[in-house]
Design a protein. Structure first.
Length: 77
């Protein structure tokens, strides 16, 4: 749960945590896979659950998956 601790520390003590982040020498691919990708999936999973499972207008699971992909594509591409 390293990512949760990182998020918590950035919110609670940003100066200290950003100094730690700056001192790390991680390759871009590792940062993308271990931090950015999981954080980017949060809104997609949320929209999938909201539209497909518990929304006021429940759409099919396939349609909610399509909406989640559109959300991710719109945010990052």
């Amino acid at each position: 749960m390293e990512i949760l601790n990182r998020i918590k520390n950035i919110l609670v003590a940003p100066k200290k945590e950003w100094a730690i982040v700056e001192s790390e020498n991680e390759p871009h691919g590792k940062v993308f896979v271990s931090y950015l990708l999981p954080l980017a999936l949060i809104p997609a999973i949320g929209s999938f659950i909201g539209y497909g499972l518990i929304g006021t207008v429940v759409v099919s699971v396939a349609m909610s998956a399509v909406l989640a992909v559109i959300l991710i594509r719109g945010l990052y591409f």
